[in-house]
Design a protein around this ligand. Structure first.
Ligand SMILES: NC(=O)C1=CN([C@@H]2O[C@H](COP(=O)(O)OP(=O)(O)OC[C@H]3O[C@@H](n4cnc5c(N)ncnc54)[C@H](O)[C@@H]3O)[C@@H](O)[C@H]2O)C=CC1
Ligand SMILES: O=C(O)[C@@H]1CCC=N1
Length: 274
């Protein structure tokens, strides 16, 4: 049986297990999970009876042809060090790690490699997984992996050059937007006395409705601003303030994140000696 192995059962790993199994794209006996902490191994076993739980990453690698690695980038070399010696070479490795390039991965595993960048919003069936296949991935393996991630929501194929920018928006973006929701609600609560929880509730509904409006009408953001900001009115005063300050803040934000993309894997010097 062509089993799927998942290494790491944190935010992404647990979301993938939930998505693969509840969508029915995999049955419990087609999935094997390995993770470092005993606590999350037990949590996985309790939540998903029937899923294979491997005691080590090597044990998982011996049983699976598709191996999804959902550990932090800093742990990637350790995991590869454990699994590569027991692999045949015809497996398909899928890395979720931000900031570790296919070239880096190919330098230690010259076989089938795919980078997949999911998003936490797939927990509720919304959002996009970015997928970028390496040169060695054949069509069947590519479709298999795309099918797995389609069970969580939208899949978009991207080139590796586009991946960091696309990830900033589709995958880091939910974290950035959560900051904006928090700050907007917080400032409103501070200035008005509206309880913060109520302010957050109203802001969340507004954000979801704004996205739906833009999506369904096809309006550009600038057109929507014009519709909302009545000349000489209330919104206009706020839009003017944000237009003064936000471009600089967002330029700094995006530059710092792109810089971090280049260093988060810290691959240099971490090559292993299999
Ligand atoms: N959190 C997010 O929204 C997204 C994360 N990613 C990427 O997904 C990967 C995982 O991120 P998270 O789930 O947020 O991290 P996390 O810290 O929540 O989970 C990491 C998991 O890996 C396990 N682990 C650590 N070392 C291990 C080892 N040597 N062997 C086996 N398991 C080990 C940990 O016990 C934990 O279960 C990262 O590489 C990240 O760049 C990609 C897209 C979105
Ligand atoms: O913040 C991170 O590094 C990960 C990658 C994309 C979203 N979260």
């Amino acid at each position: 049986m062509d089993r799927v192995g998942l290494i790491g059962y944190g935010h992404m790993g647990s979301m993938l297990v939930n998505g693969f199994l509840t969508s029915g794209i995999l049955s419990t006996d087609e999935l094997v999970v390995a993770t470092k902490s005993l606590e999350s191994r037990n949590a996985c076993a309790a939540a998903w009876p029937g899923v294979g739980i491997a005691r080590t990453n090597a044990e998982l690698a011996r049983q699976c042809r598709t191996i999804i690695i959902a550990v932090r980038p800093q742990e990637m070399a350790t995991v590869l060090n454990e699994i590569l010696p027991v692999m045949d070479g015809d497996e398909h490795i899928v890395s979720l790690a931000a900031g570790i390039s296919l070239k880096d991965l190919e330098s230690v595993f010259p076989g089938s490699l795919t980078r997949a960048i999911p998003t936490i919003t797939s927990t509720v069936g919304q959002g996009t997984t970015l997928v970028c296949h390496g040169r060695q991935v054949d069509i069947n393996s590519a479709l298999r992996v795309e099918g797995l991630f389609s069970s969580l929501g939208n899949v978009v194929l991207v080139s590796e050059e586009e991946l960091p920018a696309a990830m900033l928006l589709s995958s880091c973006g939910p974290g950035l937007l959560a900051v904006i929701i928090d700050e907007l609600a917080g400032a409103t609560a501070r200035a008005s006395g509206l309880p913060k929880d109520r302010a957050i509730g109203l802001t969340m509904e507004m954000v979801a409705a704004t996205a739906a409006y833009l999506r369904e009408t096809g309006r550009r953001p600038g057109e929507m601003i014009e519709e909302v900001a009545t000349g000489g009115g209330v919104t206009e005063a706020g839009v003017r303030k944000l237009r003064e300050r936000l471009p600089g803040v967002f330029d700094e934000t995006i530059i710092s994140m792109l810089e971090r993309c280049n260093t988060v894997g810290a691959w240099s010097g971490r090559r292993t000696d299999f």
